[in-house]
Write a protein that binds this ligand. Structure first.
Ligand SMILES: Cc1cc2nc3c(=O)[nH]c(=O)nc-3n(C[C@H](O)[C@H](O)[C@H](O)COP(=O)(O)O)c2cc1C
Length: 186
């Protein structure tokens, strides 16, 4: 990764609450990849930054909601690291979008998925559709999708998965740069 704007402010958000999470490892790898060329690279781990369940009302006043929404609206490209539950992104990822809403407007969004099997590879589409239709996000069409066999015994990413994650960071940064050149009417 060498040809993108270092002021890009890329953000990775890790949505698994599992202490042994594999998608969190994808998120950490992607954050480190972004940080090699962007000193502003951010990582929000929702195990640490706990958000309340969206009730459409008082939950928006929770102390973690405003800072999370600001980090999203200030970000360049955003990578969502999500566990696949019941052929969908987990409820934590959906709740994040519900709690932060318009902060997503016009963002370039990529997905880092951890799943139990290969067959659930289309599972992020409902979340992607919501981001596209509600907030005019540009979804990076090539996801990272990892199962247990994509991690080594020590928990680190396989070479293939590391390369794909590097590619996703690079592509999402390039797209975010390109989006910033467009008029804001998209
Ligand atoms: C409630 C639940 C539902 C799951 N549903 C699916 C599924 O539909 N498809 C799939 O491939 N894996 C499924 N899995 C397996 C997870 O995707 C897998 O454990 C993954 O590593 C979770 O991400 P994490 O390690 O980042 O928490 C499910 C796991 C749980 C706990």
């Amino acid at each position: 990764m060498d040809a993108y704007n270092p002021a890009m402010n890329p953000l990775v958000i890790s949505c698994s609450l599992n202490p042994e999470s594999r998608s969190a490892r994808l998120a950490e790898y992607a954050h480190a990849a972004f940080a090699r060329t962007s000193e502003d690279a951010g990582l929000i781990d929702l195990r640490e930054t706990v958000l309340p369940l969206c009730d459409g009302g008082a939950s928006y006043k929770h102390e973690n909601v405003g800072p999370t929404a600001t980090a999203i609206s200030d970000a360049g490209p955003i990578l969502l690291a999500v566990p696949i539950y019941n052929y969908d992104a987990n409820a934590v990822a959906k709740n994040l979008i519900e709690m932060t809403g318009r902060a997503w407007t016009g963002k370039v969004v990529g997905f880092l998925c951890a799943a139990g099997g290969r067959g659930s590879y289309m599972s992020v589409m409902s979340l992607a559709n919501s981001l596209m239709l509600d907030f005019r996000c540009l979804i990076v069409p090539r996801f990272v999708y990892a199962t247990g066999e994509d991690f080594k015994d020590d928990g680190t990413l396989s070479e293939t998965m590391a390369r794909r994650t590097d590619d996703l960071c690079e592509t999402s940064s390039a797209l975010s740069s390109a989006m910033q050149q467009l008029p804001t009417t998209v």
